[in-house]
Design a protein around this ligand. Structure first.
Ligand code: ZN
Length: 158
């Protein structure tokens, strides 16, 4: 029992350390910019009251608190999504997944040029970042499509 408890405590400390380290990447100014760009809960469009930082790719799946990965979420969405993979969760909640992905890319396009962190810009400003984002969104879609097929097959039997 004692051993088990200390192991759990160690895991909790580790999680907290990881959380704090990751949290440092997003500045208060960036969070304000993200929040005002969305103006509502990124997932359900809920009102701008007590919006919380939500990692689109959860920390447990390698996501970090960065301008690319954080969106504002209402308390209800934040609690519900938790560590779930975003596209599958949106689908289960019957939220508009394509609308979210489009809006997310739009918001990032709006935020990116003003953050002033990119000294090594490619010849076409924003072009490289955009293709990276497209790849990220495409990979989300890929994961999602695989799930879709599995769900459809299950559905056929039911
Ligand atoms: Zn919400």
């Amino acid at each position: 029992m004692t051993l088990d408890r200390s192991r759990r405590a160690r895991a909790a400390r580790k999680r907290r350390k990881r959380f704090l380290a990751a949290d440092n990447d997003l500045t208060a100014a960036q969070w304000t910019a993200i929040r005002s760009a969305w103006g509502c809960c990124a997932y359900c469009g809920g009102p701008d009251e007590s919006l919380q930082k939500d990692c689109v790719l959860p920390l447990s799946r390698g996501g970090r608190y960065t301008i690319e990965n954080v969106v504002p979420a209402c308390r209800s969405c934040n609690a519900s999504k938790s560590n779930d993979e975003v596209t599958g969760w949106l689908r289960r909640k019957r939220l508009d997944e394509p609308a979210f992905l489009r809006r997310w890319v739009d918001v990032l396009t709006t935020l990116r040029p003003s953050d002033g962190l990119d000294d090594e810009r490619p010849d076409v400003p924003g072009e490289q970042e955009r293709s990276e984002r497209d790849a990220a969104v495409a990979s989300l879609h890929d994961q999602h499509d695989e799930r879709d097929h599995a769900a459809e097959q299950e559905g056929d039997q039911g």
